[in-house]
Design a protein around this ligand. Structure first.
Ligand code: ADP
Ligand code: MG
Length: 714
């Protein structure tokens, strides 16, 4: 079985040991199967050749068929070194200019790299296909680093579309040109296609109108026409997303069936006491999420739920009511926050909510004194403390619970998986239920993929009374006007955040940047009329708390800080968020920062101050911020602009999975559809034991669908 597919690429005619090595090194291709799963990333429409006379700089990509007229090699500062003949020193050559012509006119092709190779192959008199983006240079048109191909005589494909494969300079110089790659694919397909077995269940194919796998593979490489290509692409994307979801969901099923959870059948008196005393009605979304959580807690299986909700959507209340259910069933609960300030704020709020109940609540952070600590440790061990709020300090080994039933983790992207595991271990014999909350609006498609093993709840509705934040983007020339505006707001009793980005590599330099900004603000807002507080990452936690509380309590009117305030801090009286060098921030960060205002004051403002050097991409982000306040829309756009790999939280490490043809950013709809089928199949056969599911298991075994490194996620 599957003999040809596993054959080493070396034995394919036209490859041999040297090229095999090259293919392995450059593209990771070792077997015929690897080869036929390398798809073209673009197709050249051979019928679409543009006359040179019609090339204009506003065209995206163009394909020309033209004859080489002349070649010129330039050295430093555009001195002509050589025309048509090999130069003495290739090392001195900076640029190759090639003039080409067709019946309609002439234009220039420019190379800064691969000069020697291109000089040698682009011999005057020969004709090539040039593909690239034209640009105006002075009053002439040129293409920099066009793709160059030899016009094909229609040998490879009957259709007009020719695939263009990923390639590298080394592959090309090693003889594996686009044309050769097409030949290899053609030969490999001829051997492999008879062996290719359908991977998707018959009824899914029928239901979705998908073409078969052999047809799809054939047409992804050599499309019969653009319709066939479309069908092939759709099928292969669907397949990839389907198996990705099947793999993730399967892990989830195994986990949820395997992990026994603490059954919590009751709601309890404390829940009702708190609920009935709430100063507001829960939003529909909050109610729905609490129901989902209740369902989990009653089920007897361990809950692993991710709660997503934009800043200010009211996640805390959901956390508190969930904790009260655990407490109502005789268990303890904890809420863990990423920073001390946030833990304190939670504690203060939660105590208010708990007033009508009999629950005893405590706060444990890095700055809790030894004496308090002893009391808290004792209270947790004997169970008299029902709910504990805290920071990482909760994870320390000497924190022992009598019976922890539920752990809530706020703002999860600051916590690693290890820490989640530590919390698990703090339960009684059975792991406690886990609720992870995040305000980072991860696009649904990405959440579904990354958190396939978690259940996801979304609060997609804001509590009534949140005020829209007016956002504007200004240049440095309007700084004076901005200061006046800040003074006016302060005169009305409001407070102002001023946030500086991290700019430099070193913390020292960043601090300097922040301090310079701080000094400028202090000059513009001098004592005794104004008090400006400053908070940054290098302060001791005492210093930080002191400054932060000065602002929270209203003793300081302005808070200058780095992004340490990004998460969760609630100062309803603050009405202005000034973001300095706003072009340096990512979209989700800007959104988080803006979420700090609009929480109380009748009208709030976010002022994005940009520097002169603002790239087009950065300007797009700023424009989007001015255009919408919808966190999910911002997240979707963010992902489209940057690609999912850069999304906050996964930024440093990239995604833990790599897809071959589908895109998480663009194929969200297809991902959801594929997930439905994967879910149905697992529902009926959770372990995929049924004979008709054997092909699925076989496919899953190819480890490409496995997320290997979960630490890249949280
Ligand atoms: P986040 O989701 O960002 O953690 P919070 O839980 O801090 O949001 O809630 C933001 C604010 O909204 C708090 O002041 C809270 O009291 C208030 N709030 C929460 N739920 C509601 C509701 N249903 N109606 C009115 N206000 C609410
Ligand atoms: Mg919060």
């Amino acid at each position: 079985m599957a003999k040809e597919l596993d054959t080493s690429i070396q034995y394919l005619s036209g490859v041999g040991p040297k090229r095999a090595e090259l293919l392995k090194r450059e593209l990771g291709i070792e077997t015929l199967s690897d080869l036929i799963h390398l798809y073209p990333f673009r197709y050249i429409d051979r019928s679409g050749i543009l006359p040179i006379a019609q090339v204009a700089p506003d065209l995206a990509y163009v394909q020309l068929q033209a004859r080489v007229v002349s070649r010129t090699l330039y050295g430093p500062s555009s001195s002509i070194v050589s025309q048509e003949s090999n130069p003495i020193h290739w090392g001195a050559i900076k640029r190759l200019s090639v003039i080409v012509e067709d019946a309609s006119g002439q234009m220039e092709m420019v190379f800064f790299k691969g000069i020697r190779w291109n000089f040698q192959r682009l011999a005057p008199g020969s004709t090539f296909l040039f593909f690239g983006k034209p640009q105006a240079f002075g009053n002439r048109m040129n293409i920099v680093h066009p793709e160059v191909d030899v016009p094909q005589e229609g040998a490879m494909s009957q259709g007009a579309l020719t695939g263009v494969y990923p390639s590298t300079e080394k592959l090309k110089t090693g003889g594996i040109t686009g044309k050769v790659m097409c030949k290899l694919q053609s030969a490999a397909l001829a051997l492999c296609l008879p062996e290719i077995q359908e991977t998707l269940p018959e009824y899914v194919l029928r239901d979705r109108g998908l073409v078969t796998l052999p047809y799809a593979l054939k047409n992804i490489h050599f499309p019969k026409d653009s319709y066939a290509l479309q069908k092939a692409t759709y099928r292969l994307k669907f397949e990839e997303l389907f198996f990705l979801q099947l793999s993730l969901l399967k892990q989830k099923y195994i986990r949820s069936r395997g992990e026994r959870g603490i059954p919590m059948p009751r709601v309890g008196a404390d829940f009702h006491a708190c609920y009935n005393a709430l100063p507001y009605a829960l939003t529909g979304a909050q109610q729905r999420v609490i129901k989902e959580i209740r369902g989990d807690l009653m089920s007897g299986r361990q809950m692993n739920r991710l709660l997503q909700g934009d800043v200010g959507s009211g996640k805390t209340m959901v956390a508190v009511l969930s904790c009260l259910i655990a407490i109502g069933n005789g268990f303890q609960a904890c809420i863990m926050a990423p920073t001390e300030v946030l833990a304190q704020q939670h504690y203060a709020n939660i105590q208010k909510y708990l007033a009508p109940t009999s629950v005893q609540c405590a706060l444990l952070t890095g700055s809790t004194t030894q004496r308090e600590r002893r009391g808290i440790h004792a209270g947790l061990e004997d169970g008299s403390i029902g709910l504990i709020v805290g920071t990482h300090a909760l994870l320390e080994d000497n924190v022992v619970f009598r019976n922890l039933g539920l752990a809530v983790i706020d703002e999860q992207h600051r916590f690693g998986v290890d820490q989640r595991a530590k919390l698990w271990a703090k339960g009684p014999a059975i792991s406690p239920h886990i609720l992870v909350m995040t305000a980072t609006p991860i696009p649904r498609t990405l959440a579904m993929t990354l958190y396939g093993d978690l259940d996801v709840s979304v609060i997609d509705e804001m509590p009534p009374g949140r005020k829209p934040v007016q956002t504007m983007c200004i240049g440095q020339n309007r700084r004076a006007a901005m200061y006046k505006f800040m003074r006016d707001e302060i005169a009305r009793g409001r407070q102002v955040f001023v946030v500086f980005p991290l700019i430099f590599e070193s913390e020292k330099m960043d601090l300097k940047n922040l301090e310079m900004g701080y000094e400028e603000i202090v000059r513009a807002f001098p004592l005794p009329d104004y008090k400006v507080a400053i908070v940054h990452g290098q302060q001791s936690s005492e210093e930080k708390n002191f400054n932060m509380s000065a602002f929270v309590a209203g003793r300081a009117q302005i808070l200058v800080s780095t992004t340490v305030i990004e998460v969760g801090v609630d100062v309803p009286n603050a009405s202005v968020m000034v973001i300095e060098s706003a072009q340096r921030f990512g979209l989700s960060q800007l959104h988080q920062l803006r979420g700090r205002v609009g929480r109380g004051a009748e009208k709030s403002y976010c002022i994005l101050v940009k520097d002169v050097k603002t790239s087009k991409e950065a300007q797009q982000r700023l424009d989007l911020m001015c255009a919408t306040e919808d966190g999910f829309e911002i997240a979707e756009q963010d992902m489209k602009m940057r690609g999912p790999g850069d999304l906050e939280g996964t930024q440093q490490s990239g995604l833990p999975i790599s897809l071959n043809i589908a895109s998480l950013a663009k194929d969200g709809q297809l991902l959801s559809e594929a997930r439905v089928y994967a879910g149905q199949i697992l529902e009926a056969d959770p372990t995929l034991k049924a004979p008709q599911n054997a092909p699925l298991v076989r496919e899953l075994r190819k480890d490409k669908y496995e997320i290997k490194d979960y630490s890249k996620i949280s």
